[in-house]
Design a protein around this ligand. Sequence first.
Ligand SMILES: Cc1ncc(COP(=O)(O)O)c(C=O)c1O
Length: 398
Amino acid sequence: MNNPSRSDRSPSGPEGRAALEQFQLSPDLFHLNHGSYGAVPKLVRDEQDRWRAHIESNPTGFFRDELPTELRRLAGVAAERFGGRAEDWVFCENATAAVNSVLSSFGLPEGDEIVTTSHVYGAVLKAMRIWAQRFGAKVVVAQVPVIVGSEEQVVQAIAESFSDRTKLLIVDHITSATAIVFPVCEIVNAAHARGIAVLVDGAHAPGHLPLNVEAIDADWYTGNAHKWLFAPRGCGLLWTAPKRQAQTLPVVLSHGAPDGYTRAFDWIGTRDATAWLSFEAAVCFHDALGGESLMARNRKLAADAGEMLAQRLGMQITAPASMRGAMTCLTQRPSSLDAAHAAALIHRLRECCSAVLPVYVFEDALCFRISAQIYNELADYESLANAFPVALQQEIGF
Ligand SMILES: Cc1ncc(COP(=O)(O)O)c(C=O)c1O
C-alpha cells in the first residue's frame, strides 16, 4: 500500500455543533467529556479501516517486513511534533501501560520511596502501590489541596514530600479529577535537584496543549494520542530520556526484549497496530483543525464555560485560569454526597439535558468536569447549567 497513513482529504472548518458531522458522535447528545476517551474523527476511522484491510491482504508480509519500519517512521512523526529523537519514542497501548513499564523497569530497592500527589490518576496510584509492594518500597502521596491557588503551591507540596529515600516521582501534567495543568518544568527541576527520577504522566497532554518533552527534561514522559490528538483508542506514547533507555523495558517481554529499548516496545507479540498506524492521520486532522489555534480555542471555551457554570451554579473552579487547559473542573465543598449520588447524577443529567460528562466525589468535594473540543459551543454548557440544579433536586430533594 502506498503511504496509507497520509490522508489526502482535509476536514473542513465548522465549529460547534456543526463540527459534529466530522465525528461519529451521536448528534442527540451534548458530548462534554472529550477528555476521558477522546472521539475518533471519521477521516481517522477510515484510515484505520484502510490499514485493517491492508494487513488482512498479507498478514505475513505486513508483520515481518512493513510494521517495524512503519513504527520507526511514525516515532519520527512523534519526535517532530513533541521533541526528542525518533529513537526516544515508542508506541504502547495507553498511558497505563507506559506507567507500568516504567515502574516495572525501575526496580526500587527495599525501603525506597516513590512520590506522587493526591491528584494522581486513580489507576496509576493503584499500580504504584502494587509495584512498590513487590519491591518492598513505599508510596508517599504529597497532599495538594483540591482547589489550587498557584503553581508554587504545587511545587512546594511535592518538594516537601521528598526524603533521602525518594528515588522516583510520578506526576501528572494535566490532572484527571481536578483538570489542573501542573508546572511540570519546575517540578522536574525540584526533583532532579535532589537526584530523583521523574515520570511525567501526560495522558491528556498531546493535542491539548503545546508540548515539548525536551524542554520538560523529565526521565520519562507518557501521553495518549487517543484523547486530544484524535487517534484511535490504544495509541499511547512513551518518551524516554537517552540515559534511561538501557533500563526501560515494557511490562510484557517478547522477542525484542534483549535488543534494546525501541525493539523491546516495537515487538510485543502479535498485536493490533492499527491505532498507531493511524497516528499520522490523527496529527494531520488536528493540524487541519488549526493545531495550536484549535488548542487555544478549546482552552478559551473551557474557561468561558467554566466561569459561566461557576457563577450560575455557585460552584468553585479548582485552579486559576493560568493553570487550566481545555477542561474545567467545578466543585462544591464540603459535600455530603457520595459516589452513588454522583453516579446517579450522571444518569439524571443525561435524562434532563442529554449531557454526557463525569460527575464524581473527590476528597470532600462533589465535582464535575467539562471538556471543550471543536464540536462544542457555549450553548452546550448553558444546557448543563439549566439542568444541573434540576438533576440535583431530583436526586437529593433540595
Ligand atoms: C492523568 C491520567 N493518567 C493516566 C490515564 C489513563 O489513561 P489510559 O486509560 O488511556 O491508559 C488517564 C486517563 O484519563 C489520566 O487522566
